[in-house]
Design a protein around this ligand. Structure first.
Ligand SMILES: [Zn+2]
Length: 115
């Protein structure tokens, strides 16, 4: 491959340019690595603590992120990542509402006992 700095043609296995000493990276890996968050940890957490049905949807999407990224489907992985995040937010909010309703309900029962 050709050196990006000086244009010297080096062997494909070369790590440094013979012409100028610049570090050489294969063009496919040279750019910024594509990292797509899979939100797996968050998906597991919302499934455990917030809302199981929606948390599982988030888990399914979180699993798809890595599978698609490994298959080279970056667009699909990004889409799965967005969906995982969306469902995590939904289950997080729903989890809060459920917890709030439980507290409100318990509070109501307590106040009825007093009367
Ligand atoms: Zn060079």
């Amino acid at each position: 491959m050709f050196c990006r700095k000086c244009g010297y043609e080096n062997s494909d296995q070369a790590k440094f340019c013979v012409g100028c000493g610049e570090a050489i990276r294969p063009s496919g890996l040279g750019g910024p690595a594509v990292t797509i968050p899979n939100y797996m940890t968050q998906a597991v957490l919302v499934t455990l603590f917030c809302c199981v049905p929606f948390g599982i949807v988030a888990l399914v999407y979180a699993t798809r992120v890595n599978n698609k990224a490994l298959a080279g489907d970056i667009e699909g992985a990004q889409e799965a990542s967005d969906n995982a995040f969306k469902w995590i937010v939904i289950s997080f909010i729903l989890g809060f509402i459920v917890i709030f309703l439980n507290i409100a309900f318990a509070f109501l029962q307590e106040s009825q006992k007093v009367q």
